[in-house]
Design a protein around this ligand. Structure first.
Ligand SMILES: [Zn+2]
Ligand SMILES: [Zn+2]
Length: 229
């Protein structure tokens, strides 16, 4: 009886096939669908359409127009299937069983040398409603794996409207001056952590806040990057 129960519960979250490894929430063939975000990337984490040979790391058109406040963005995957199924299931349907599969996607090593990992906060009201902050949990998982302290120094000064479906310009306006820094960060090299970066407006605003508070540098790490048209 016990054995049958174990097999029944160890099903892939995506395709429902039995996971014999039972270590992950998704099976091996579904893991192979993950799209790595590699190639020639801009500072904002978006791929260039042509091959770039310049070692100076040029900026894409959007960044030339509005340079991001952070100095680099690291996102190992593209926000498309299966992450666009897994992350909403985790965030909006509180599928904590998916969490382990997502945390397994954290690279073994940090993307550089940092003094602390800083999660993007939710406004307390949304945090209370959702019951947890996915960026906070991701930052703690990353901090444990990369041997890096977690510094929850950012606060949302005001609630912001959910940004789904908003244009880049509307997102930038919606998030403007949304954060405050409530702990000393002077001289620190910080790594901002979020689950997914869409236009970059949120992480850029948070970076600006940390730099204004005296941080030496801010880079961003997210599990996934949305490709823009
Ligand atoms: Zn599967
Ligand atoms: Zn760019």
């Amino acid at each position: 009886m016990n054995k049958i129960h174990t097999i029944e519960t160890a099903r892939c979250f995506l395709c429902q096939s039995v996971c014999y490894t039972a270590m992950h929430g998704i099976c091996q063939p579904c893991s192979a669908d993950l799209a790595p975000n590699n190639g020639s990337l801009c500072r904002c984490g978006l791929p260039f359409h042509s091959i770039i040979n310049d070692s100076e790391r040029p900026l894409c058109g959007r960044c030339l127009h509005r340079p991001p406040a952070f100095s680099a963005l690291h996102a190992p995957y593209r926000y498309q299937y299966p992450l666009n199924t897994l992350l909403p299931a985790y965030k909006y349907r509180r599928r904590l069983d998916v969490e382990r599969a997502l945390f397994d996607l954290l690279p073994a090593t940090a993307p550089g040398h940092f003094d602390a990992a800083v999660p993007i906060p939710l406004h307390w009201r949304r945090h209370w409603w959702r019951g947890f902050n996915q960026a906070h949990r991701l930052a703690h998982a990353a901090g444990a794996r990369w041997d890096m302290p977690v510094l929850s120094c950012l606060r949302r000064q005001r609630p912001t409207r959910t940004q789904q479906g908003m244009s880049a310009k509307a997102r930038a306006k919606n998030i403007s001056h949304a954060f405050s820094c409530v702990r000393p960060v002077h001289g620190l090299r910080l790594l901002l952590i979020d689950d997914v970066v869409t236009t970059g407006a949120t992480v850029s605003e948070a970076s600006q806040c940390l730099l204004a508070a005296g941080a030496q540098s801010v880079e961003v790490w997210a599990l996934a990057r949305t490709l823009l048209d």
